[in-house]
Design a protein around this ligand. Sequence first.
Ligand SMILES: Nc1ncnc2c1ncn2[C@@H]1O[C@H](COP(=O)(O)OP(=O)(O)OP(=O)(O)O)[C@@H](O)[C@H]1O
Length: 261
Amino acid sequence: MIRVRNLVRTFGDFTAVKDITFDVEQGEIFAFLGPNGAGKSTTIKMLTTLLRPTSGTIELDGKDPNRNQIAARKSFGIVFQDPSLDQEQTAWENMELHGVLYHVPRKVRAERIEVLLKTFELWDRKDAMVKTFSGGMKRRLEIARGFLHTPKILFLDEPTLGLDPQSRNQLWTHVKALNESEKTTVFLTTHYMDEADRVAHRIAIMDHGSIVAQGTSAELKEQTNTESLEAAFLALTGSSLRDEGADAKAGLRQMAQMWRR
Ligand SMILES: Nc1ncnc2c1ncn2[C@@H]1O[C@H](COP(=O)(O)OP(=O)(O)OP(=O)(O)O)[C@@H](O)[C@H]1O
């Protein structure tokens, strides 16, 4: 479903993504892990037509996102780190607008909005303004919206950042249920190892622009002779604190990680 070969992206004389190659099969949940500045967001941006690769090839459901942007965009949905909901609209209105933008036929649209809002436990708040929602509810609504046009692939860039453990857990339960019922391929990034361990069928670990290992959680543990995915991750990427990309976002992540302990 996703086929990436020798993908490279440079910014000036800095190479953010260094010749990466991987495949994601249809219906798979694939997690992309890596320390701050590893190149995950740059990769996701190239996969989703937002950034042109310097070299290498990408296929999404057989389409090249660079040559055939419109066709490629139809095959995926995306939920980014930065919230993109209209706060002054209701949950239903946010869903409806997305459905219109993606040409989901009116009848299917209403049915699908209902199913998704129910699945993500937002149905009883469908007519409430988004600005009255908690952080967890907003994230659930964004992900429900990402599924609305029945994408073949859903990209989730750190969807659970800053959420409490209950909300994170609940969100993944819903994503997993939809992955199973609709066979949607899910490509996610996260800094929470426990999530990747629980949710992903396969994992790629990126560091300094390269994929340093990929496989199932069990394979990564075996390869590094460790007992947990977190230990495998540290063995593969080193445990020193990174200051690459050390900005407000990175600071927030570190706080989230500390709070998780
Ligand atoms: N537009 C840009 N111009 C110059 N350098 C950039 C640009 N975008 C990203 N980079 C650099 O490329 C590297 C990879 O960044 P990227 O955002 O892909 O990392 P990441 O793995 O997503 O990190 P994080 O976990 O912090 O989001 C970083 O060193 C970053 O500073």
